[in-house]
Design a protein. Structure first.
Lengths: 333, 315
């Protein structure tokens, strides 16, 4: 599967354009997401990568129209199959959430309702969105649990989440998210809270989902190893902005933005065991005290006179590879 | 729920009763006051006092009196009241109907009004309404119920004549009249309690709204109503049930001031009379009754916890 957008007239499955989600007071907003654009095709997996606080989770929640209290979408577009979501009313949105796009969260320990059985939590979705009867929903719930690898799904239906391990709960979350066969699955750090061995199982499960059900996945993560194994395309975010976007293989072999290069230099690899890890110096700027110009410039080893002047534009340097850096103005260098 | 758990809890209930009874017994041993002198006056004939003491058994040593009392309780005999010269058991039973009907009516009002109101105030929370809600709740909690009682009497009893201004009509004299006679006192008790329970319900709901599972429920495409009633409500119920249990335990044993205001022959007034007359058997009987109800409600709250929350193990 290729990361380049297909040149068909049909609209992309998900198109995010100039999305802005701000928090706090209007006169001094915290610009968590500050003009993010990317697209996602059917069956594709796109990874949204960046350090904590870069706005990747808020981007995911904004797509779901579930921005936490205190935040608001102040501009941009989110189109699902060509349909604008931001201006939909609450009722219309409830028919899309869970049905056409679903979400898996980072914290499997707290993301399930502790007082409802696993079966009830899956079945309530099937009954609401697909109109199944109680009996049908129970049967289908067991099938879904079997699909995510539970050997005795019937027995699991009556269990409460506190009796399950983190990995099991995350599998329940995935079974729940895919229950109505959504076109888009947003997975926000789905493996971060899990053991390494369990992480691999969960990733395998997500990969199977795209292969079998043609579900597109927006994978939000800070883990580049996960990205290289799962994603077709990578969008790198820094301080609320997309700084680089490229097909996975291109990004890992020819990263153009100094921030992406820095991120990749932080990753350990068995084949390069002797190489020293090079951390990126400095820290992420606070979103209410952003530097003028390129937001990465204060930490950038290759910054030059032009960087603090204005935020550089996101330019296409080659097919499907975009970067926001003055070192690559219009792809000339 | 295992039967060994219930047996253990009932055993602990009995132990609590025994400890409280003993403590009351000893307390009235230490504090001054004598039922016979209270009755006959300080200038009474000493031989008369001695005769009366012998008749009532108050001249016996502490251990003997305690033994007598315990033996009586175990056979279902709470002894005879000194002040009223009647069996303590029937004396309490007469009053229980009064206190219990006031309590049940008040608690019904609290549950039916406070819980829906608390939920609504949590769901429809907004920045501008917040201070008003907080203030109204504060005022509600701070209103003394005796003052409320007096206002209710003057408005609904005297001016409008809808309810009697005082006194109790027993069930036997007609259910409707009986309920009417306890309506105003029940309202006077209920209003401050409604404020307390509204506050707990609302805060508990708001607390739950910020939990991860609520975000999950919304991500599954449920409308607010489904999320509130199917997901949040049960999770928010535990602290509310604890408060309701404590409140019920308090209300059911009688409220002295309200009984005074409405001239109700309830348990609260009986207790005051018993203590000032140093009517030991009656005091002991009332203390047993009160302790029993309070511990019973604690047990019920614990059982409710287990029913609601599968994580709560009964061990």
């Amino acid at each position: 599967m290729s990361g380049t957008p297909t040149p068909t007239p049909a609209p992309s499955l998900l198109e995010v354009r100039e999305l802005c989600t701000w928090f706090g007071p209007d006169d001094a907003p915290v610009r968590a997401v500050d003009g993010v654009s990317f697209r996602l095709e059917r069956g594709q997996t796109v990874a949204l990568v960046g350090e904590s606080g870069c706005g990747k989770s808020v981007t995911g929640l904004s797509i779901m129209q579930l921005v936490p209290a205190g935040g608001r979408i102040v501009g941009g577009e989110v189109r699902l199959g060509g349909k604008e979501l931001i201006r939909l009313d609450r009722q219309e949105m409830t028919r899309i959430r869970g049905r056409r796009m679903a979400m898996v969260f980072q914290e499997p320990m707290t993301s399930l309702n502790p007082l409802m059985t696993v079966g009830e939590q899956i079945a309530e979705m099937l009954r609401r969105h697909l109109g199944l009867t109680r009996g049908q929903a129970t049967g289908r719930s067991a099938e879904l649990l079997a699909e995510v690898g539970f050997p005795r799904p019937r027995r699991l239906l009556g269990e409460y989440p506190h009796r399950l391990s983190g990995g099991m709960r995350q599998r329940v979350m995935i079974a729940m998210a895919q229950s109505c066969d959504p076109e888009l699955l947003i997975a926000d750090e789905p493996t971060t809270a899990l053991d390494v061995t369990v992480q691999a199982q969960i990733l395998e499960l997500l990969r199977g989902l795209t292969a079998r059900a043609d579900t597109a996945i927006l994978l939000i993560t800070h883990d580049l190893a996960v990205v290289s194994e799962t994603a077709d395309h990578v969008v790198v975010m820094y301080a609320g902005l997309v700084v680089e976007s490229a097909p996975t293989r291109v990004l890992f072999s020819r990263p153009l933005h100094p921030y992406t290069q820095g991120l990749l230099a932080c990753v350990t690899s068995i084949t390069q065991a002797k190489k020293r890890l090079r951390p990126i110096r400095g820290t992420v700027p606070a979103p209410n005290a952003l530097p003028t110009g390129c937001r990465f410039a204060p930490r950038c080893p290759r910054a030059f006179a032009r960087c603090p002047s204005a935020v550089p534009p996101l330019v296409e340097v080659e097919d499907g590879h975009q970067v926001r850096c003055y070192l690559h103005p219009g792809g000339t260098r | 729920m295992s039967s060994t758990y219930l047996i253990r809890r009932l055993f602990s209930l009995a132990t609590t009763l025994a400890v409280v009874a003993l403590a009351t017994f000893l307390a009235f041993e230490v504090i001054p006051g004598d039922p016979v002198l209270t009755m006959l006056g300080p200038d009474a004939d000493p031989s008369l006092v001695a005769a009366m003491r012998e008749e009532l058994g108050t001249d016996l040593p502490l251990t003997a009196r305690l033994a007598n009392w315990v033996a009586g309780v175990l056979t279902g005999d709470l002894g005879t009241s000194i002040r009223y010269a009647r069996p303590v058991g029937s004396l309490i039973l007469d009053r229980v109907a009064v206190s219990l009907s006031v309590a049940l009516l008040a608690m019904t009002a609290v549950v039916l009004v406070a819980i829906p109101l608390g939920i609504a105030l949590a769901v429809r929370r907004s920045h501008w309404s917040e201070p008003f809600v907080a203030t109204i709740i504060q005022v509600g909690m701070a209103i003394p119920s005796f003052w409320l009682g007096i206002i209710l009497i003057s408005v609904f009893g005297l001016s409008l004549g809808l309810f009697p201004t005082g006194g109790y009509v027993p069930f036997g004299a007609g259910l409707f009249a009986s309920i009417r006679s306890v309506t105003l006192p029940a309202i006077a008790i209920a209003i401050p309690l409604i404020a307390v329970v509204v506050r707990y319900t609302r805060n508990s709901m708001i607390d739950q709204f910020s939990q991860d599972y609520v975000r999950t429920a919304f991500s599954k495409g449920f409308p607010v109503r489904h999320v509130v009633y199917r997901h949040v409500l049960r999770n928010a119920a535990l602290p509310v049930i604890t408060v309701l249990g404590m409140i019920f335990g308090n209300v059911v044993v009688g409220t002295i001031i309200i009984e005074q205001v409405f001239a109700l022959p309830g348990l609260g007034l009986l207790l005051v009379t018993a203590v000032s007359a140093r009517d030991f058997p009656l005091i002991q009987g009332l203390v047993l009754y009160i302790t029993f109800f309070v511990t019973l409600f604690n047990l019920l709250v614990d059982l409710a916890y287990h029913v609601i929350d599968p994580r709560v193990e009964l061990t």
